[in-house]
Design a protein around this ligand. Structure first.
Ligand code: ARG
Length: 459
């Protein structure tokens, strides 16, 4: 004989292996607060609607508080036999209140219950993540602020291209995380839908008031189709997509931090507090935090593949496959949170080697475009000027010189239009300063961008 909450029609008991295979409690126990909150709102609504008596409702709402305290204090044992968090709460409510607990599940199903719990959980975590992204943006702007004049080589194809300001580079990431934050903010609207009352899939025969439950739980609206509400996991797919994009941004930044920490670049030093040593090589100081963030991007993208593949081709309405949604979701939330937390703290401990960055700008012809631009200003067509500058680069390379080392005489062999003012024109600071087109890396522009970002983020 089965003693399961759903055991009525069963004659045989569940195989132990099946019991542990079927159980999700290890994963979904973290939903207990949402689950209890949802049940209390459901009780309040049923009382208002006269579906259960005020006495029963009061006993059960208080009983649920007791169950919550027990779980808070680790006093409630979890067992595979009770499958998931919903059954644990209900069963324990029975221990606390007696037979009246059997009334709690009137007019609802675990299908709308789990959809509700996950939405409550994810709404709160999305708000947390929005704040954490803001904190990380603050760290980026702070570093940019301290480096308004720090020039560094800008790269395309990982080849030195044109000089940029380190602040500009940091603000590029600021923009990426700003979009990541906006995506989460936008998703809040779709998350903010209350599914309870959809019951198993078809709605319920009881005179429930879904708008009331919605209000009690602080959702902005109720779901409109019961079958959709119990089988919709778009909001999880959407969240993990947004999280994946954010992790990919973090991984790009990680890659740069790792490169910049090498002896070859030596553009930055990450403090001891966020690096680790080697068990064999005494000299080593490894950027493990950055490598872990880069590596953890793989698990979040893996989580996205997991949820997409789980949902693919599922017929309506609820299917047990959907129980598999929580591990990737929770892992994504945890991973993104720890990565943002670590980076926000680590960024306060990054030394920027301004001289080293400046020196790196002195070689590699970062001013070749400006050499061409100089000729354009003298009336030469850009494509022609590009060809002349290319010849000058090739000549300088052979001589082991930079463009600014060429004599005026040597310059004249490429164009008679060149005068002594070319030396100032192609000097590093002039090259940066002139790039004041909106959104460019010019000093004035970047200073204004830092100010705007500070204002936007409220620092
Ligand atoms: N543990 C289940 C899940 O996470 C709850 C819903 C179960 N519903 C059911 N009809 N078996 O999906």
């Amino acid at each position: 004989m089965s003693e399961k909450l759903w055991g009525g029609r069963f004659v045989e008991s569940t195989d132990k292996l099946m019991e542990s295979f079927n159980a999700s409690i290890d994963v979904d126990k973290r939903l207990y607060e949402s689950d209890i909150k949802g049940s209390q709102a459901h009780l309040e609504m049923m009382e208002k609607q006269g579906i259960i008596s005020s006495e029963d409702a009061e006993i059960l709402v208080k009983g649920l508080d007791t169950v919550k305290t027990r779980i808070d204090n680790n006093e409630m044992p979890f067992t595979d036999a009770l499958e998931d968090i919903h059954m644990h709460v209900e069963e324990n409510l029975g221990d606390v209140c007696g037979a009246v607990a059997k009334k709690l599940h009137t007019g609802r199903s675990r299908n709308d219950q789990v959809a509700l719990d996950v939405r409550i959980y994810l709404k709160a975590e999305t708000l947390n993540l929005i704040q954490m992204l803001k904190d990380f943006q603050t760290a980026l702007v702070t570093l940019a602020d301290a480096n308004r004049k720090t020039v560094m080589p800008g790269y395309t194809h990982m080849q030195r291209a044109q000089p940029v300001l380190f602040a500009h580079h940091m603000l590029a990431y600021y923009q990426m995380f700003k979009r990541d934050k906006a995506r989460l903010e936008d998703s809040l609207d779709r998350l903010d839908v209350m599914p309870l009352g959809s019951a198993a899939l078809a709605g319920t025969t009881f005179p429930i008031d879904r708008e009331y439950t919605c209000q009690v739980l602080g959702f902005s609206r109720v779901s409109e189709n019961s079958m959709d509400a119990v089988s919709d996991r778009d909001f999880i797919m959407e969240f993990i997509s947004h999280a994946s994009i954010c992790m990919i941004h973090l991984s790009r930044l990680s890659e740069e931090l790792i490169l910049w920490s090498t002896s070859e670049f030596a553009f930055i030093t990450i403090s001891d507090a966020f690096t680790t040593g080697s068990s064999i090589m005494p000299q080593k100081k490894n950027p493990d935090a950055c490598e872990l963030v880069r590596g953890k991007t793989g698990r979040v993208v893996g989580n996205l593949m997991a949820i997409l593949t789980t949902m693919k081709s599922l017929p309506m309405a609820y299917n047990k496959d959907m129980q598999e949604d929580k591990e990737p979701l929770f892992d994504t939330v945890d991973t993104l949170k720890i990565c943002l937390d670590v980076y926000t703290r680590m960024f306060a401990h990054i030394d920027v080697h301004k001289d080293r960055m400046r020196t790196a700008c002195m070689t590699g012809f970062l001013n070749a475009t400006d050499f061409a631009d100089y000729l354009v200003n003298k009336g030469v067509a850009f494509r022609t000027a590009h060809g002349i500058a290319g010849k000058a680069v090739s000549f300088a390379l052979d001589q082991g010189k930079e463009l600014g080392d060429l004599s005026l005489e040597e310059m004249h062999s490429f164009s008679e239009l060149i005068e002594t003012d070319i030396y100032d024109f192609i000097s590093l600071d002039a090259v940066v300063a002139r790039r004041n087109s909106y959104g460019g890396t010019g000093f004035d522009n970047v200073s204004a961008a830092v100010d705007a970002a500070k204002k936007e983020i409220g620092i």
